[in-house]
Design a protein around this ligand. Structure first.
Ligand SMILES: Cc1cc2nc3c(=O)[nH]c(=O)nc-3n(C[C@H](O)[C@H](O)[C@H](O)COP(=O)(O)O)c2cc1C
Length: 415
């Protein structure tokens, strides 16, 4: 089965401190070459090769100051992956951060947490206390994010570390060349860094034995919604969504309508698409993205138009607001979707939504706005019937949306 691999981050017997010493002995060039050979890609959603980030930061630092940040923020409230690692194996993240630091010559690192992740924070504090004496000249500190979805986005994260509001900024320059205090900064998901001690211990070939050629290794996923055993699971890249659902106790076809994949900005696929392979490229080709690696099973009694409106309601509240396409676009989309499910929809709403999806995707400043377009594109193509039912037949496909008039009446009837 996909999870019975030698690379289970959550229960690998490994004395991480030994791997840091081995990494240091290797020297930066050999270390970066090893990480490149392993094919390790960022687990935070984008899938960018870590070795390339390290090489860029090392070159840009040129022996001067640089930073490593373990992004353990878990922006998606439904996908507590970093917390799961930090509770089980905080040493792997600290060690991974130390290995990345030695690759770029950094002497300063941060473990960036959500302000509400109290147990994970306590776990990191304990692990740091016992690791501190062996970290040499590397100083690792805990930094707390602001709360909210945008706090996990890397350029907003940098703003927070510099005591500013969590707002996105234009890239390039990328953080690897100009990050914290304008110095080269490697920002990597805690999960990405946690893989480094394993790679240093066992070598690139061993790491590549699990997963796919394009994306070796394992991935934590959060399975939520209408499944037998919701929770965090570790799977090898390349398994299908259906296999992951089986790990999570399965979900009888009758109780599945949609598969919301990738977190709040993820697309919603029809439940028949359990054969989609779980990796960056196939999820993208299917219209969604790996994102926060949440798979949420949507039950049959959910109106997808209402669901999409609900997601945009959340996004319109969480946008950092610095760029117009996202600040205005998410609000606009929310309003149109609300109109449709309230029986005020018109046929030309659909091309309008398509246009707004293109604007979000093409002109937003960061992944927040860009990826949110997938909600519109997937729901309009895979659940066209739900939209048509509201717009053309003037009825909710699941009988759950209240028409505007009765909603207004109910509101008026309130004391
Ligand atoms: C709205 C938003 C929230 C994000 N939240 C997180 C997060 O909580 N943790 C994370 O590792 N990456 C998050 N990311 C991705 C980061 O911007 C960045 O790409 C990632 O930390 C890089 O690490 P990686 O190369 O290991 O994937 C988020 C991105 C966006 C657009």
């Amino acid at each position: 089965m996909p999870t019975s691999t030698p690379y289970r981050i959550l229960d690998t017997p490994i004395t991480a401190a030994h791997e840091r010493d081995r990494a240091r002995a290797m020297g930066p060039e050999q270390l970066i070459a090893l990480i490149e050979a392993s094919g390790l890609r960022g687990r935070g959603g984008g899938g960018f090769p870590l070795a390339r980030k390290l090489a860029t930061a090392r070159a840009a630092a040129g022996g001067g100051s640089s930073y490593v940040v373990a992004n353990a923020y878990d922006a998606d409230p439904g996908s507590p992956l970093s917390r799961t690692i930090l509770l089980a194996r905080p040493d792997l993240v600290i060690e991974g951060l130390a290995i990345a630091a030695s690759a770029i010559g950094a002497t300063s690192g941060y473990i960036y947490l959500h302000p509400e992740a109290a147990a994970a924070r306590a776990s990191v504090e304990r692990a740091l206390a016992s690791a501190r004496s062996s970290l040499g000249d590397l100083v690792v500190e805990i930094a707390l994010g602001p709360g909210g979805f945008m706090g996990g986005e890397e350029s907003a994260l940098l703003a927070v570390l510099e005591s500013r509001r969590a707002m996105a900024r234009q890239r390039p320059p990328y953080p690897a060349t100009q990050g914290l205090l304008l110095r080269p900064t490697v920002i990597s998901s805690a999960e990405t860094l946690a893989a480094l001690p394993l790679i240093v211990r066992d070598g690139a070939e061993a790491f590549r034995r699990v997963g796919t050629a394009a994306t070796p290794g394992t991935k934590l996923v959060s399975v939520t919604g209408a499944v037998g055993s919701p929770g965090v699971y570790e799977v090898a890249f390349g398994v299908t969504v259906g296999e992951i659902l089986e790990h999570a106790g399965g979900s009888p076809a009758a109780t599945m309508k949609g598969l919301h994949i990738g977190g709040p900005t993820g697309g919603i696929l029809n439940a028949t698409r359990t054969g989609v392979v779980f990796d960056y490229e196939t999820l993208k080709a299917a219209g969604t993205h790996l994102g926060s690696a949440q798979i949420r099973v949507i039950g049959p009694d959910v109106c997808i138009v209402n669901e999409a409106a609900h997601l945009f309601d959340y996004l319109a509240k969480e946008t950092c607001g610095i760029c117009v396409p996202c600040r205005v676009g998410t609000k606009r989309v929310e309003g149109i979707l609300e109109g449709i499910y309230s029986d005020l929809g018109r046929a030309d709403d659909l091309p309008w939504l398509g246009e707004l999806a293109d604007h979000l995707d093409r002109f937003s400043l960061c992944g927040f706005g860009i990826t949110s377009a997938s909600i519109l594109r997937t729901t309009m193509s895979e659940f066209a019937g739900d939209y048509a039912s509201h717009i053309t037949d003037h009825r909710c496909p699941t009988g759950t949306c209240a028409p505007a008039r009765s909603r207004r009446y109910e509101t008026m009837a309130q004391p």
